[in-house]
Design a binder for this molecule. Structure first.
Ligand code: NAP
Ligand code: F7E
Length: 319
């Protein structure tokens, strides 16, 4: 039976990837860091079928021990300090986890079993102040936050271990992907949760930052499939994954509010507190390599995604 070790199992992507791998017949080992209270909300429904083990990207020994003990054939590195604003308030931690953490896993693979296939969760935030439109695998990086800078390091160390040691190390440059399991502080979930609360009379307004920022948003369930496909190829490579279309935060608001019969202009208040020291204004992917080589296709459209998230938050809050 193939065994996959997934870091970041408690996160949005970890939960969707674990579901997919179970369906494909894998033994799934999920790595969670120790905390004083367990936060297994997103994987509650999977706990009978996966093994959750303790490990931390800041701790080299824990990663070595886990690879020795569970002998995975594939490692998916989804763990990171992933919230961009926090990367300005905790830049050194972000660098240690999101950048150096990648080296620690790659070192563990190199020492324990260099035949393990490795997936690195790279990000469209690496493109930052975009050098060309749309962005593909060859577009130069210009990160605009400590998070983006850390991800550039993670990407290049992945490429470097591929070239230096022949490790099957793939880098998925994923554009924003969302779902009802998205963290509440990210803008899409903040909007869907806010819309549901306003509709149900729990709150009266939704305070947001830059409404003009544009993102290429897709559904997380579709994107984890691309991760798996990358590790099934004959050779490791870099792939851009996205929808190939862009929408503004304002547009997300328009669709989300109108889905419940409301006008966003009556409820959204712009609050400069949510502006960033440096913004990524426009992201739009060119996923043609993934479509051609991985035969990857998304199944959920942008409109369907917005409605799915609003419906899910409405149902949750009604309970
Ligand atoms: P997420 O929901 O924020 O999950 C991050 C995961 O990393 C959580 O399980 C978290 O554990 C874990 N983690 C944080 N620090 C750790 C540490 N020191 N040791 C071990 N685990 C640690 O992120 P996501 O949206 O699922 O994204 C998955 C990966 O893809 C991340 O690397 C992210 O940067 C990257 N990415 C995401 C997107 C996107 O749009 N979602 C796009 C491109 C790339 P806790 O639950 O304990 O906090
Ligand atoms: O912001 C604007 C904000 O925090 C999107 C992470 O998964 O995707 C994510 O990073 C945009 C920004 O995601 C609010 O200024 C306006 O332009 O949802 P976000 P992100 O920064 O794009 C990438 C690909 C990753 O890799 C990251 O890990 O929305 N915005 N008003 C706001 N953003 C937030 N969070 N809150 C607001 O009130």
């Amino acid at each position: 039976m193939p065994t996959a070790l997934v870091t970041g199992i408690t996160g949005q992507d970890g939960s969707y990837l674990a579901q997919l791998l179970l369906k494909k017949g894998y033994r799934v080992i999920g790595v969670a860091r120790r905390s004083s209270t367990v936060n297994y909300e997103r994987i509650q429904h999977l706990l009978d079928d996966i093994t959750v083990v303790q490990g931390d990207l800041q701790d080299q020994g824990s990663l070595l021990t886990l690879l020795e003990e569970y002998e995975p054939t594939e490692v998916y590195n989804l763990a990171a300090q992933s919230f961009v604003p926090t990367s300005w308030s905790q830049p050194a931690l972000t660098g240690d986890v999101t950048a150096l953490g990648v080296t620690r896993i790659l070192e563990a693979i190199r020492f324990v079993n260099p035949k393990i296939r490795f997936y690195q969760a790279s990000s469209s935030e690496m493109f930052g102040k975009v050098m060309e439109v749309p962005q593909n695998e060859e577009t130069p990086f210009y990160p605009r936050s400590p998070y983006g800078v850390a991800k550039v390091y993670g990407h290049w160390i992945t490429v470097n271990y591929r070239e230096s040691f022949g490790i099957f190390a793939a880098s998925g440059i994923l554009f924003n992907h969302e779902s009802p399991r998205r963290g509440l502080e990210f803008v899409t979930r903040k909007i869907s949760d806010g819309v549901a609360k306003i509709k149900l009379g729990v709150t009266k307004e939704l305070r947001l930052g830059n409404l003009d920022a544009q993102r290429d948003w897709g559904f997380a369930g579709d994107y984890v499939h691309a991760m798996w496909l990358m590790l099934q190829q004959a050779t490791p490579d870099n792939y851009v994954i996205g929808m190939g279309e862009t929408h503004s935060v304002r547009e997300f608001c328009e669709i989300a509010f109108s889905h419940v019969g409301l006008d966003y202009k009556d409820f959204v208040v712009v609050d400069e507190k949510y502006y960033r020291p440096a913004e990524v204004d426009l992201l739009i992917s060119d996923p043609s390599k993934a479509r051609a080589q991985l035969k990857w296709e998304p199944s959920v459209t942008f409109n369907e995604l917005v409605k799915m998230m609003v419906d899910s938050d409405l149902a949750r809050l009604k309970k």
